[in-house]
Design a protein around this ligand. Structure first.
Ligand code: GLP
Length: 243
């Protein structure tokens, strides 16, 4: 595992974007695993900037997002498809047909989860998976649990996640209670993983993820077992980890 200490959010974003752009330059038809949330926003802004300057070409890139709220249509401004379209896809030359997000509107969760796993397998797997970290150590929407979830599945969101994500909704009552998420096994199959973490409120989760026991109570801790993980975190997120 390689850890990059960055000064602040902007520095973290630039470093994470650097790693993603290296992937795109080295393998123009790569499969990027993408994430939502406030953490990757700066990274996406930086990628858009480099694309506009002519330094990056996404025309052959394919993508698969980590997760989606169950029950939200693509045009709902809180859906993760909407997030991806508005914060990245529409600003770059990625072919929308090559972008994939779980379909939150498919009511048959088993069918949707199997379909999504097949989509990823048909793409040949993920080359670089970008991850944020939940305050409770979740990755994607793999919440603390008694065992590591396996492949793409439907999860009940924990109160702590609903609480953390309610800032994007009118109220906590409006936050969907379930989501479709890549499972831990799906994430661990990515050839390379980039974990981006910013802010004091993630310090404990990041410490437990990197240095705590590998336990499904801290889903991110499984990353200790992956052979190619890069962590890019700012000083605030690293405040519990001495230099
Ligand atoms: C959500 C997403 C995660 C994300 C996490 C952290 O729950 N499902 O993929 O990593 O929130 O979000 P943020 O970056 O806004 O702190």
């Amino acid at each position: 595992m390689r850890l990059y200490r960055t000064a602040d959010y902007d520095d973290m974003s630039r470093k994470a974007a650097n790693i993603i752009s290296a992937q795109v330059i080295i393998k123009p038809d790569c499969v990027l695993g993408l994430a939502t949330g406030s953490t990757p926003l700066g990274t996406y802004r930086q990628l858009i900037d480099w694309y506009k300057k002519g330094d990056l070409d996404f025309s052959e890139v394919k993508s698969a997002n980590l997760d989606e709220y169950r029950g939200l249509p693509r045009d709902n401004d809180q859906s993760y498809y909407y997030f991806m379209y508005n914060n990245l896809f529409k600003h770059i030359n990625i072919n929308l047909d090559n972008t994939n997000v779980p379909n939150g509107m498919e009511p048959d969760s088993e069918k949707e989860c199997l379909r999504y796993e097949k989509v990823i397998a048909d793409l040949g797997g993920v080359d670089l998976q970008l991850l944020g970290l939940g305050r409770n150590g979740h990755i994607g929407f793999n919440e603390p649990a008694d065992s590591f979830g396996t492949i793409t599945h439907c999860v009940d969101l924990t109160e702590s996640t609903i609480e953390a994500n309610k800032r994007f909704f009118a109220s906590a009552d409006d936050v969907p209670r379930q989501a479709y998420t890549m499972g831990i096994q799906t994430i661990m199959k990515a050839r390379k993983i980039l974990l981006a973490v910013s802010g004091e409120d993630k310090a404990e989760a990041l410490y437990n993820t990197l240095y705590g026991p590998v336990t499904p109570q801290v889903p991110g801790s499984i990353l200790q077992l992956h052979t190619d993980v890069v962590v890019v975190a700012d000083e605030a997120a690293l405040s519990r980890i001495p230099r």
